[in-house]
Design a protein around this ligand. Structure first.
Ligand SMILES: [Zn+2]
Length: 201
């Protein structure tokens, strides 16, 4: 039986690098891999780009409330069979879209591997991640390292003000890395210390 996977981690935990590696593992065996990502991620347009600069073309950018089940059913019917589906930036999926991915796994017997952030810059789960934690078959944490050497699990949002990067602790949930804001992945202890420092200013 195919499975629904959620590989999660903080920023810079190598999610996209892992996705690209997985893609080539299937590709080299002559298998058809479909790559999708939600449309909210403006980074690199239709492409998926890792920090090391490696890039892959996505087959589908998923519209905000697009039905993924219909996209895949249509692809199988009119284009070709699919051996595996990779979803980048899965935190931006809706709850309904994660349910659709689960139905794809169960009804078409296609493994779906989702990559995404656990929580936003204010320590709250993203809707897509929450649903994946609830229903995925396999959860795997990809690890990032904090500036202090501990495991980084929190995403610190940084705004550039007068050339200096200042941590921010309020704002919109979605602010795309490298476009609207910058990020650093930190451990909980460092995150809380910076937050207290910010509040005492
Ligand atoms: Zn730390």
């Amino acid at each position: 039986m195919a499975k629904l996977y959620f590989k999660f981690g903080a920023m810079k935990s190598g999610k996209t690098t892992d996705l690209i590696k997985t893609y080539y593992n299937y590709y080299e065996k002559g298998m058809n891999v479909l790559i999708m990502k939600p449309g909210d991620d403006k980074k690199a347009g239709k492409n998926i780009q890792s920090r090391s600069g490696a890039e892959l073309h996505t087959n589908y950018v998923i519209p905000s409330h697009g039905n993924i089940y219909l996209i895949i059913a249509n692809h199988i019917l009119n284009v070709e069979n699919i051996d595996c589906i990779l979803v980048d930036e899965a935190q931006f999926l809706t709850e309904a879209q994660v349910n659709e991915l689960a139905a794809i796994v169960d009804n078409f017997n296609i493994p779906v591997i989702c990559y995404g952030l656990r929580a936003d810059a204010f320590t709250n789960l993203f809707p897509g991640s929450q649903r994946l934690f609830e229903i995925a078959d396999v959860l795997e944490e990809l690890k990032a390292v904090c500036r202090c050497g501990e495991k980084a699990t929190f995403n610190l949002r940084l705004n550039r003000i007068n050339g200096e990067l200042i941590p921010v602790f309020t704002g919109e949930q979605v602010s795309i890395d490298g476009i609207d804001a910058e990020y650093d992945s930190v451990c909980r202890s460092c995150y809380m210390k910076l937050k207290r420092k910010n509040e005492n200013k």
